[in-house]
Write a protein that binds this ligand. Structure first.
Ligand code: MET
Ligand SMILES: [Zn+2]
Length: 713
């Protein structure tokens, strides 16, 4: 077996330093360019990454970390787990990812505790596993043609099957992995990386036995590359001794989130993740060197704690950042360079120049009245029909709007003109909602580039990047703000737009805010601050905004917490403590509202059914939640929910327009588990990624279906 390289990264961003892949995908999907162009962009991005990592001096280059949509979907395709109904589609891969005219896409949910969304493998009795190693082999050959030997990265068999809730199919799947390893060995590949992040969560004895069986079996193969099993996002815990007892030659451990392995790993290579792949801060070398020095193994390789997929490309692309902040930052390129420097023992200190923080002052949590009292007061004020129809907040962000925002930021469009454009868009959205017959209207969020970044731009303590894009799913990226200091709200943020929207209509308008947990979860928080204290500081800022909206006469305020589930610790022992402070922060943000003000919250794409008790404890008057995209699974769990609930009836992640019949069917299923008085009608999530054409047709069908059901009440 050849020795494992001295330095490596577990994966790299793939969307492109200028989001080239995003553009290529969207142009392909729109039919503006062909498959060949898309492939060419992919090949260019892969080549650029290998070249850049080699230039930086990294020894172990990964391949197959590129994806046209998602690496879990790639793995499903590699294993032949393509459900029958997609096979006849023109492009089965993208049909699974995004759906087609007549076909809903596969379920999508968040990758462990990150904001990256993967496509959930659908494995059923009719799934026949059959290896197609074209993609990993293709990337190995492609890199070789450029002069680079690489280590293909594949989602491991146990994690893949756990994500697809089908661990009972291990035997069959291992057959495919065995074939894959043989094919890679025949290609001359020295090492393969099998990603097993599922092993950092609590696992049952049966699951641990599956881990043992899988790696005993793969390890016993005579024709195979060296096996590197990578774990990340936490500590391997009980899975570590299990893996260590198998023939696997190299083990990847996350030393940022987890501790130095307590057991002696002599005989193994430990790929030590000491450079965080989850934040944008430079690595304090003392911390990394101490961890590296404490590992007992035959060989220690320096690496990132996880794939760098979760951070932007390059700090050098940022010209507008305060230099004192910038010198503390490391994006993917800088992190790869840190890995190389640590491996060579050539390190420099991190300047400690950011101010330290004070814990936030406690706010007396004056309670809102009990739900029954609030419901009565709100009912009198709002006078809504049964099954009230609303949306989640955003309406399509048109190209003109984005261009106007960019022009205003660049100073080529006067601020006043930009604001008039925003007002015109608000008016368009209000009129559209009135015309469609919606009951609770929104202003459409046209002033927001993003639901977190917008608030970060208006709060002290945050900085925003110009080009710090991170892939969220498929072609979608976000630019997480940098939270580097004390958070406070210098002035009202959203009030003028909500007030303007309400001035245009007699129907109630719902003000839109992002909740404290989500603002923090989708920012890069300084790594030396306690997350809980930071969340409470943000909660206080949101609280001020809620009160100002109320004072401006806005009768409903929605405080979104789509990331509530995302920050849930992977280990059960830590979950209760987290949920307690997360819920407390939400209540701190919203409990300043009077009983007549209706508080909504919204959650999406995150297995919310696992934390329903905590969602209930948020004590919002109405909770809207994604459901259509995940096959209405949530309906099986919501009967204990005591207040207003809107399980989504329109999957907004897909360009297809749901028919009124389809919506009606979902509504009937909802009404079987919830009393009609508490049911709200809404899409799964905000509409900003859709076109007006799609939104108008879809919402018209939602209204038609609701009217049919109202007539039966
Ligand atoms: C990811 S949740 C999005 C909620 C937000 N209010 C929107 O409609 O865009
Ligand atoms: Zn949402």
């Amino acid at each position: 077996m050849s020795v494992f390289p001295q330095s490596t990264v577990l994966g790299y961003p793939r969307i492109g330093p200028r989001r080239e892949l995003k553009r290529a995908l969207e142009s392909y999907w729109d039919g503006r360019s062909g498959r060949a162009e898309l492939e060419r962009t992919g090949a260019e991005l892969r080549a650029r990454t290998w070249r850049r990592l080699a230039e930086l001096g990294l020894e172990g280059l990964p391949s197959n970390t590129f994806s046209l949509y998602d690496q879990v979907l790639d793995t499903a395709v590699m294993l032949g787990a393509v459900p029958e109904r997609y096979r006849a589609a023109e492009d089965p891969y993208f049909a699974m990812a995004r759906g087609t005219e007549g076909l809903a896409p596969l379920r999508m949910t968040k990758w462990f505790d990150t904001n990256y969304h993967y496509i959930v493998p659908e494995i059923g009795p009719r799934t026949v596993f059959k290896l197609d190693a074209g993609k990993p082999l293709g990337e190995v050959r492609e890199a070789r043609a450029l002069g680079f030997e690489t280590r293909p990265v594949v989602v491991g068999p146990v994690t893949f099957l756990l994500l697809g809730s089908a661990l009972d199919r291990l035997e069959e799947v291992l057959g495919c992995y065995a074939e894959l390893l043989a094919a890679l060995a025949a290609e001359g590949v020295a090492w393969v990386q099998l990603d097993e992040p599922a092993l950092v969560a609590d696992r049952t004895p049966e699951e641990l036995a599956a881990v043992r069986d899988a790696y005993e079996r793969l390890g016993a193969l005579s024709e195979r590359p060296g096996l590197f099993v990578a774990s990340y996002f936490g500590d391997l815990g009980e899975a570590l001794p299990v893996l260590a007892a198998t023939p696997v030659e190299a083990l990847g451990v996350d030393l940022v989130r987890g501790g130095v392995p307590e057991i002696d790993l002599t005989g193994k290579t430990v790929v030590a993740g000491v450079v965080s792949g989850r934040d944008v801060w430079r690595t304090p070398p003392e911390r990394a060197l101490a961890a590296l020095g404490a590992i007992r193994a035959s060989r220690v390789t320096v690496s990132t704690s996880c794939s760098l997929l979760h951070v932007p490309y390059d700090v050098e692309a940022e010209s507008g950042l305060d230099p004192a902040l910038k010198e503390r930052l490391a994006f993917a390129e800088q992190k790869a360079a840190e890995v190389v420097a640590l491996a060579r023992g050539d390190v420099r200190g991190v300047p400690v120049s950011l101010p330290s923080e004070a814990a936030p002052a406690p706010v007396a949590a004056e309670g809102r009245g009990p739900y029954a009292v609030r419901a009565a007061a709100q009912g009198d004020r709002l006078r809504l029909p049964p099954l009230p129809i609303t949306t989640i907040g955003s309406f399509p962000q048109t190209g003109e709007l984005r261009a106007a925002r960019a022009a205003a930021a660049a100073g080529t469009l006067p601020q006043q003109d930009y604001e008039r454009r925003v007002e015109a868009e608000i008016e368009r959205v209000i009129r559209l909602q009135e015309r469609l017959g919606l009951d609770v209207l929104v202003h459409g969020e046209p002033e927001r580039n993003d639901m977190v970044q917008y608030f970060a731009e208006h709060l002290d303590g945050f900085a925003v990047t110009a080009n710090g894009w991170v892939q969220s799913y498929g072609s979608r990226c976000t630019r997480p703000p940098l939270l580097y200091g004390d958070v406070s709200r210098p002035a009202p943020i959203t009030v003028r737009w909500a007030r303007y929207a309400q001035s245009l209509t007699d129907k109630p308008v719902k003000g839109m805010l992002t909740g404290p947990v989500t603002i923090v979860a989708w920012s890069f928080v300084r790594d030396d601050l306690p997350l809980r204290d930071v969340v409470f500081q943000v909660a206080d800022a949101v609280r001020e905004e809620v009160r100002d909206l109320e004072a401006a006469g806005v009768p409903i305020v929605q405080v979104d917490e789509p990331a509530l589930r995302e920050l849930l610790p992977l280990r059960r022992a830590a979950q209760g403590g987290y949920l307690e402070w997360a819920v407390a922060a939400y209540r701190r943000a919203t409990s300043g509202a009077g009983d007549r003000t209706q508080i909504h919250t919204h959650l999406c794409y995150s297995d919310a059914d696992e934390i329903l008790a905590a969602i209930d404890a948020l004590d919002a008057d109405v909770t809207t939640i994604e459901s259509a995209r995940s096959g209405a699974r949530i309906l099986g769990a919501v009967d204990a929910f005591e207040r207003g609930l809107g399980p989504g009836v329109y999957d907004i992640h897909s360009p297809r327009v749901p028919s009124a019949e389809e919506v009606e069917d979902l509504l009937r299923r909802t009404l079987r588990v919830l009393p009609a008085e508490r049911v709200w009608i809404n899409p799964d999530c905000g509409l900003k990624t859709r076109t007006y054409e799609q939104v108008e047709a879809s919402l018209a069908n939602v209204v038609a279906a609701t009217r049919r059901l109202r007539a039966e009440l």
